[in-house]
Write a protein that binds this ligand. Sequence first.
Ligand SMILES: Nc1nc2c(c(=O)[nH]1)N[C@H]1C(S)=C(S)[C@@H](COP(=O)(O)OP(=O)(O)OC[C@H]3O[C@@H](n4cnc5c(=O)[nH]c(N)nc54)[C@H](O)[C@@H]3O)O[C@H]1N2
Ligand SMILES: Nc1nc2c(c(=O)[nH]1)N[C@H]1C(S)=C(S)[C@@H](COP(=O)(O)OP(=O)(O)OC[C@H]3O[C@@H](n4cnc5c(=O)[nH]c(N)nc54)[C@H](O)[C@@H]3O)O[C@H]1N2
Ligand code: SF4
Ligand SMILES: [Mo]
Length: 672
Amino acid sequence: MKKVQSTCNFCAIDCNLDFYVEDGRIVKTVPTKGYPVNDGFSCIKGLSLSKQQTTVKPDALPKIRQADGSFIAGISTGQLTLEEFAIFGHVMRNYLQTNVDGNTRLCMASAAVAHKGTLGYDAPGYTLNDLELSDTIIFIGANPVVAHPIVWQRVRNNKNPDRKIIVLDPRKSETARNADYWYPLRHRSDLTLFYTLANIIIEKDYVDHEFVDQHTEGFEEFRDFVKAFSVERGSEVSGLSEAQIMELAELIHTGKRVSFWWTMGVNQGYEAVRTAQSIMNLAFLTGNVGKPGTGGNSITGQCNAMGSRLFSNTTCLFAGGDFTDEKERERIAGIIGITPDLMAKKPTIPYNKIIEGINAGEIKGLWILCTNPRHSWTNNETFAEATKKLELFVVQDIYDTIESAENCTVYFPVVPGIKKEGTYINLERRLSPMRKVLERGENEISDYECILGVGRALGMGAALEKWGTPRECFDLLRECSKGMPCDFTGVHWDDLTGSHGRQWPYPEGREAEFSDEQRRLYEDGKFYTPSGRARFVFEEPLGNPIPVTEEFPLVFNTGRGSVGQWHTQSRTKEVKFVEDVSLKRAYLYMNTRRAAENGIKEMDEIRVFSSNGQNAVFAVKVTDNVQYGELYAPIHYVECNKLTPSSYDKYSREPNYKGGTCRFEKIEKEGT
Ligand SMILES: Nc1nc2c(c(=O)[nH]1)N[C@H]1C(S)=C(S)[C@@H](COP(=O)(O)OP(=O)(O)OC[C@H]3O[C@@H](n4cnc5c(=O)[nH]c(N)nc54)[C@H](O)[C@@H]3O)O[C@H]1N2
Ligand SMILES: Nc1nc2c(c(=O)[nH]1)N[C@H]1C(S)=C(S)[C@@H](COP(=O)(O)OP(=O)(O)OC[C@H]3O[C@@H](n4cnc5c(=O)[nH]c(N)nc54)[C@H](O)[C@@H]3O)O[C@H]1N2
Ligand code: SF4
Ligand SMILES: [Mo]
């Protein structure tokens, strides 16, 4: 029996697992003991990776109708390896000079833009161990009990006698139900609440002046700005009582090691970037940065969202450089083996502009890989409409049954993670190896080989010379990282195999300095801005672009449904245990009082009308865990995004997925 250690390619934790293989089958999967991330634990999704031994259909031979790259766009992902989206970015953005965005736009764009503005680089500073070292753990729009079980496990390992878990979520999520404090703030009121908390902290002089003076900039302006955020105003906007807000400020003040953790309840909003920055502002004000158990921390979603942010060639050059920086373009061109004129010169247009461009007839070709936008894109009928207008629509996936493949002209079948190799970067900046667990059968190819093959067929020739294998590509990316904040020149492919992973930075020649297995950034108080100081970034809250109205009186909240279900469910459908316990049809949660007022009982059907003009039928689950003013729809059913709005944060262009509004009608059963 052969044992292969590899990385789970669902969520951003990047658990490592030992796969035991006999006669070409995985006979046992065991979470890797001693791996610093998940040390012998994992969730059902990782344990079920062996179920994805899909059979590829050899008759799906690729054919390409149109060779003119100028009319093609691409949508990439945060779930492939570094090497795969790097080569995709190389073929599409450099050689074809096209636009390519990623599904990370739906997820981490707000955090990435917020980090760049505040920290000077997209560099979340924490290490997972901080969850065990913190005494005051504040989750904001994050539900790790369902979405990041290992994060929650680390919280449970926290032995601090004063440990407090605090949750800010309009919904009494699974995490809120297990917390010491739950603050059910109103939807989209986070920004005003955090400015109010900053004002209280300043007025009461709970500020860590030493930290603020030495390591930040913009404090005076920030102090003057938040003066307008009285506790009355904070209470009126958030719906929390003044006493609750004061209590929260005291908890932040009295905690010795306070950590803030945000996820999609923050990132998926119309003023998400500023909200994320307002969380970091609180951490700076109170000096909770760069020390054990602290930080204004963004939790990442997909297994390689961190990698795609740095290496997909979409919003920055490989390793985080600026497209407009001619010198940097030359440096990267030299490394990857092309002339500088072949390099992309500007960031991609964002996801929504790609879809709008197709619908306006300006973009005629689209290549999507490892993402299922017909289901996951906001206001997803606009995507369905777009696919009908495309002259060329390439779908590259491990299942040809996904919703997005319905109207494709070309389907590229590729193998799942257990049959390929490459590198992932997890939420705490840890590079982690994916290694081939099973050998490929005849006709089975990986994403890397598929993209490489297309590039060669398009005549890229010498521009692909250095890109022959994922390992060669890894070496190119390593070299690109040199001297950048993410420098991982000290990490080598073979050393990574079977290792404990490596957090960046890990520069060559300085290995001893960076040898700790759990490392956080900013311990020296230095940030990546030109001044080396973190910036207080702030702005007057905007009016809600989709307020509740008499016609649409309810918020249409959306998010994860259960630990076992993954996004559009193409993969987790194969896991029998998950299928057995998951509903086969779209459902949503409704508050008990609201249901009673409308004569609705458990599993009755309603038709929900969204302010985006669409409607869909859902079964109702009645619960006190959602507020009277909202419905909560799990994202794992295609109906959910039929109803979400075409509304975006103006800086990150991330969809305001959790901010739609709706009304509903009960569907009377026949015969009643
Ligand atoms: N089982 C499972 N795990 C997953 C995934 C999966 O599909 N299934 N997906 C992975 C990915 S890619 C991601 S990005 C993460 C997402 O992880 P999370 O962000 O933790 O999950 P969500 O359920 O999208 O949203 C979190 C919470 O935001 C709350 N929320 C909504 N509006 C607001 C608001 O205005 N303010 C505040 N404070 N909260 C609000 C919602 O009620 C919800 O409970 O999960 C990852 N892990
Ligand atoms: N309303 C609402 N909508 C949301 C969200 C929300 O909270 N609310 N969350 C958003 C977020 S955070 C995210 S990340 C997106 C996720 O949205 P998607 O990325 O569209 O969802 P997935 O189901 O993960 O799609 C991944 C696809 O890749 C395929 N796949 C798996 N492995 C491989 C592989 O090795 N190679 C290839 N080529 N394909 C593979 C799978 O079969 C699947 O079709 O959804 C977003 N949509
Ligand atoms: S889905 Fe996330 S928590 Fe579950 S095994 Fe995979 S990496 Fe670990
Ligand atoms: Mo995500």
